[in-house]
Design a protein around this ligand. Structure first.
Ligand SMILES: *Cc1c(COP(=O)(O)O)cnc(C)c1O
Length: 358
C-alpha cells in the first residue's frame, strides 16, 4: 500500500522544536505528523497517509466512545552512534496488535503495513529526535472503532493511527528503585478477560488502584491474580522478574491475564544467553515476602518499553512492608538494563537480529 504525504501548512518552527526536544520528559511533546489508515468492512484497509498531526473529528455516536473497541502499541525508535535510526523488534508489536485486535473483535492489520507506518512517520519527523542523553522517539500506534452506530456488535469501520513523541528518560533521576503497593481490593485482569490485550480499558481499570498506591506513598501498584488473590501478575504497565541468590530467575507465566511484553520476552532471551535458569512459573505474594526477608530473593525488576528495566526496592500492603536486597538496583538488573539498552542503541552486538534499521 502506498502512503500519501499531505503537506504541512505550518510545522513547528525549528527554534521551538529545539527547545521542546532538549528535555522532553515523557509523553507530552508530539511531532508534526501522524499516520492514518482507514478500514471499512467492505473495503479493508485503505487510504494510508502521513498527514499533519491534528485533532480528530468524531461523530458523537462513534463506537469507541461507547463500547471501548480500542487497542494500542508502544515502541521506540533509537538513534545509533553512526546517526542512523532503528526500531526494536517492531514485528513483535505488529503481531501483538493483531492478537489484541482478535480479542476486541477488531480487524487485523497486515504486519508489514504496521512496520511501514512506523517507518514512514519516523523518517518524516526525524528532526524531532530528542537531543537529550538517553532520548528516543516513542511511537504510539493505535486502532479504534470509528463507526457511528449504537447497536452492540463489532463496528464495521476503524482507524489505525501512529503518533510520535520525543521522550527522555521515563524516570527523571536515572533509575531509582520503585516502591510497590500490593492492590488488595482490585484486580487488573481475570481469566477469560482482556488482560493479555493491550487495550485502554485495562488501563482505565488500573487508575483507581494506581491512585491508591500513590496516595499511600508508593510509585506503582502490583496486581495479584483474580481467583486466589495470591499469585503475582504484573504492575499496571510493566512485567516482573524475580532474581534469586542461587542465580535463578522467575517471571509469571503468560496465561491470558498478563500482557506479553516485548521487553519481558527479550529479557528471557538475554537471561538464557547468560546461561541463567529462567522459569516462567507462578510466584506467590507470601513467598515473595518470605524470600526477600530470608535473603533467598535478592532482586526484583519491572520491565516495559517506556522505562526499560527498573528495580523494585520496596513492597507494601496494609498488612506488611518489606525491602528487596539493598533497596536499590541490583547487579543483574543493572547488567540486563545496560545490555538491552546497548542492543537497542546499537552500542553492543545484536545476536538475535532484534534491531531493524530504518
Ligand atoms: C505494554 C505493557 C507492558 C510492557 O510491554 P512491552 O512490550 O515490554 O512494552 C506490560 N504490561 C502491560 C499491562 C502493558 O500494557
Amino acid at each position: 500500500m502506498d502512503f500519501a504525504h499531505l503537506p504541512h501548512p505550518a510545522p513547528v518552527p525549528g527554534e521551538t522544536r529545539a527547545e521542546a526536544i532538549a528535555d522532553p520528559g515523557f509523553g507530552s511533546v508530539f511531532t508534526d505528523h501522524m499516520v492514518v489508515i482507514d478500514f471499512h468492512a467492505d473495503r479493508g484497509w485503505h487510504d494510508a497517509r502521513v498527514t499533519p498531526r491534528e485533532a480528530l473529528t468524531l461523530d458523537p455516536a462513534c463506537a469507541v466512545l461507547h463500547y471501548a473497541q480500542e487497542i494500542f502499541e508502544g515502541l521506540k525508535a533509537y538513534r545509533h552512534p553512526d546517526g542512523s535510526l532503528a526500531l526494536f523488534r517492531p514485528l513483535v508489536n505488529a503481531a501483538r496488535l493483531n492478537r489484541s485486535a482478535d480479542r476486541l473483535a477488531m480487524p487485523n492489520l497486515p504486519e508489514d503495513l504496521f512496520v511501514e507506518a512506523c517507518r514512514q512517520l519516523v523518517i518524516k519527523d526525524r528532526d524531532w529526535f530528542p537531543t537529550v542523553e538517553g532520548g528516543s522517539l516513542y511511537l504510539r500506534p493505535f486502532m479504534f472503532a470509528s463507526e457511528a452506530f449504537l447497536g452492540v456488535r463489532p463496528a464495521r469501520e476503524y482507524k489505525f493511527l501512529v503518533i510520535a513523541s520525543p521522550v527522555g528518560n521515563y524516570f527523571k533521576s536515572g533509575v531509582p528503585a520503585v516502591s510497590i503497593w500490593v492492590s488488595q481490593d482490585y484486580v487488573r485482569a481475570a481469566p477469560g478477560g482482556t488482560g493479555a490485550a493491550k487495550t485502554g480499558g485495562n488501563y482505565a481499570a488500573s487508575l483507581v488502584p494506581q491512585a491508591e498506591a500513590i496516595s499511600k506513598g508508593h510509585d506503582q501498584v502490583v496486581f495479584l491474580d483474580a481467583v486466589e488473590r495470591r499469585w503475582i501478575e504484573e504492575l499496571g504497565g510493566m512485567n516482573l522478574f524475580f532474581v534469586f541468590a542461587d542465580g535463578s530467575v522467575i517471571t509469571p507465566p503468560l496465561g491470558g491475564t498478563i500482557l506479553p511484553g516485548v521487553t519481558r520476552d527479550s529479557l528471557i532471551q538475554l537471561l538464557r544467553d547468560e546461561g541463567l535458569t529462567i522459569r516462567e512459573e507462578r510466584y506467590a505474594i507470601d513467598q515473595w515476602r518470605s524470600d526477600a526477608e530470608s535473603g533467598r530473593l535478592i532482586e526484583t525488576m519491572a520491565c516495559g518499553t517506556a522505562a526499560v528495566v527498573t528495580p523494585v526496592g520496596k513492597v507494601a500492603s496494609p498488612d506488611f512492608e518489606f525491602s528487596i536486597g539493598s533497596g536499590g538496583p541490583g547487579q543483574l538488573t543493572q547488567r540486563l538494563r545496560e545490555r538491552l539498552v546497548g542492543i537497542q542503541r546499537g552500542t553492543v552486538p545484536d545476536p538475535h537480529g532484534w534491531v531493524m534499521p530504518l
